[in-house]
Design a protein around this ligand. Structure first.
Ligand code: BJ8
Length: 425
């Protein structure tokens, strides 16, 4: 920890003592889960470095941007159109909400029977543990689930929050509502930054974000190889880092990693043996540093080859059309692309079922693990339909409901071992 970082954290109002404990806990966990893996691609070095310095250089970059008059916009959901933020010269940053460390402090205010993602994100603010939250000028929330939208009301008492209304259906009326929300968001960001979103800067920002989507799509396609050239844990880390690292730098690093993985695939080199059971994980997002399920699966001998989640395919599937010549046309294209995200907050949401079955085939998986954060009712109820859809296709499914704590690790291991044994037979 450098004194430069300490000064920056103090300036941001961080609770230095608890923050030190947070970073102190993260280091050994990362070493145990990540650095202990054998046969990792060299290209993971960049992502290891970014996580190793999680509250250092990137926060300094955001601070520098703010000192130069720029704005930082924090988000929690893949529905917030980052192109618009970049276009106005602000920097979007996806906030971490995957740590158990910030849950107890949140429970002093929020009901305990709230999902861990909501508690973790709120706890980071309440406990003054996250320099990204502290460095942001605006937090953008959304109405995707009841727990989140009520939490955002409370969060707004601590820091400026703007909430986008995400519809619950994908009817023509809902599309109009969402298109209007995207335009309103452009106005909010324009007002925050003092910069107008124009056809030129939005076109440039759209290209930037599309390029990162392309790179992540490429990474996932490489995971379709047998053996997979990269572990699920490493691929998850790449996606998690993409939420807060600089978009151009991240794209470059993902592409460099993919170049290496291309060579691995050509040489038949895998991260795990070719006969390791291949698993698709589907469900709630896994915000950094939530590596729990992947770690249990992969230390049990499986390899996660795809995530149907917002820290997986839902983050980068589908590009924003770059054809629009006017801001109105471009915003319409932004709205259309984002409404293709098949979050369980929608009803009906059969497109997600189709996605899961399609991905299971494309990635030649031996089984699907449905990951549900405890107290998340949308994903828990949708799991019933996921189970039926997979049963019709004869694809084995294991439903997991868990949180961020380690309390159920033993039970999780037992259930996953039994599931893998069943699909190995
Ligand atoms: S688009 S999945 S990132 S909302 S797990 S907080 S739903 S109670 S995270 Fe999500 Fe956007 Fe949807 Fe994706 Fe609520 Fe469920 Fe908690 Fe959740």
């Amino acid at each position: 920890m450098t004194s430069q970082n300490e000064k920056m954290w103090a300036d941001l109002g961080i609770d230095l003592k608890n923050h030190e404990a947070l970073l102190g806990a993260l280091g050994p966990i990362f070493a145990e889960i990540y650095l202990s893996q054998k046969n990792r691609p060299h290209g993971m070095g960049f992502f290891d470095f970014v996580v190793g310095d999680i509250h250092g250089i990137r926060v300094q970059e955001l601070r520098q941007h703010a000192m130069n008059g720029g704005k930082v916009v924090a988000t929690y959901c893949v529905f917030v159109p980052e192109e618009i933020v970049w276009a106005a010269g602000a920097i979007p940053v996806g906030l971490c909400a995957g740590a158990q460390f910030s849950v107890p402090v949140a429970e002093e205010v929020l009901p305990r029977n709230t999902c861990a993602l909501i508690k973790s994100s709120f706890g980071f603010k309440l406990g003054r543990l996250c320099p990204y939250v502290q460095a942001s000028h605006l937090i953008v929330g959304e109405t995707t689930c009841d727990g989140k939208k009520k939490m955002f009301e409370i969060l707004g008492q601590y820091q400026p929050v703007y909430v986008m209304e995400v519809p619950n259906k994908k009817t023509p009326l809902s599309r109009e509502l969402w298109a209007g929300e995207v335009v309103a968001f452009k106005d909010v960001i324009g007002k925050l930054t003092g910069n107008e979103v124009t056809a030129a800067n939005l076109s440039q920002a759209t290209k930037l974000v599309n390029e990162r989507r392309h790179a992540l799509q490429r990474l996932y396609e490489l995971r379709q190889a047998r053996p997979s050239p990269i572990s699920g844990k490493d691929a998850l880390l790449v996606t998690q880092v993409s939420f807060y690292d600089d978009v151009s730098r991240c794209t470059q690093q993902v592409n460099a990693l993919c170049d290496e993985l291309d060579r691995r695939v050509a040489a038949g080199q895998g991260a795990t043996p070719a006969d390791a059971p291949r698993i698709l994980v589907s469900g709630s997002p896994m915000a950094i540093p939530n590596w729990k399920l992947h770690h249990v699966l992969e230390t049990a001998g499986a390899v996660v080859v795809c995530e149907e989640s917002c820290t997986g395919t839902r983050f980068f599937t589908g590009l924003v059309s770059e054809d629009g010549g006017t801001v109105d046309e471009q915003l319409r294209a932004v709205a259309e692309r984002y409404l293709q995200i098949h979050c369980a907050c929608f009803t009906p949401n059969d497109e997600r079922l189709d996605d899961i079955v399609r991905l299971a085939r494309e990635y030649q998986v031996d089984g699907v693990v449905h990951y549900n954060l405890q107290f998340c009712h949308t994903y828990a109820n949708e799991a019933v339909k996921v189970e039926r859809a997979l049963a019709e296709e004869g694809i084995p499914l294991l439903r997991i409901e868990t949180d961020y704590s380690d309390e159920d690790m033993g039970q999780l291991r037992t259930r996953i071992d039994a599931f893998l044994e069943m699909i190995r037979r």
